[in-house]
Write a protein that binds this ligand. Structure first.
Ligand SMILES: [Zn+2]
Length: 106
């Protein structure tokens, strides 16, 4: 079981993923149309900071025949503005990432 990490001090940067991240994102994030993309809004499943991730969803329409419905996987990286010690310069977020499958409407 992965538990909630205790809120004692800022979470250090770590490039990790967890099956539970995508599950929590699917349950808690809102999806908004954003031009040619969709915008996912919610709290990072690792650090709980608010993030919004634009995901362009038309790119894989030309990814080849026979892929309808099953090619919508996107890896999303936390890009929060929160403080995470040990984070490399130039990066944002806590390092958490997860893979979502988007349903595409054509
Ligand atoms: Zn995060």
């Amino acid at each position: 079981m992965q538990g909630r990490e205790p809120a004692a001090g800022p979470l250090p940067y770590a490039e990790i993923t967890d099956e539970g991240y995508a599950v929590r994102v699917a349950e808690t994030f809102t999806v908004q149309e954003y031009g040619p993309a969709v915008l996912l809004n919610g709290d990072c499943p690792r650090c709980q900071h608010p993030i919004s991730c634009p995901i362009v969803n038309h790119v894989y329409r030309w990814s080849g025949p026979g892929t309808s419905g099953d090619s919508g996987y996107r890896t999303v990286l936390c890009t929060c503005e929160g403080v995470h010690p040990a984070r490399p310069d130039g990066l944002t977020g806590c390092g958490a990432y997860w893979t979502l499958r988007l349903e595409v409407e054509s």
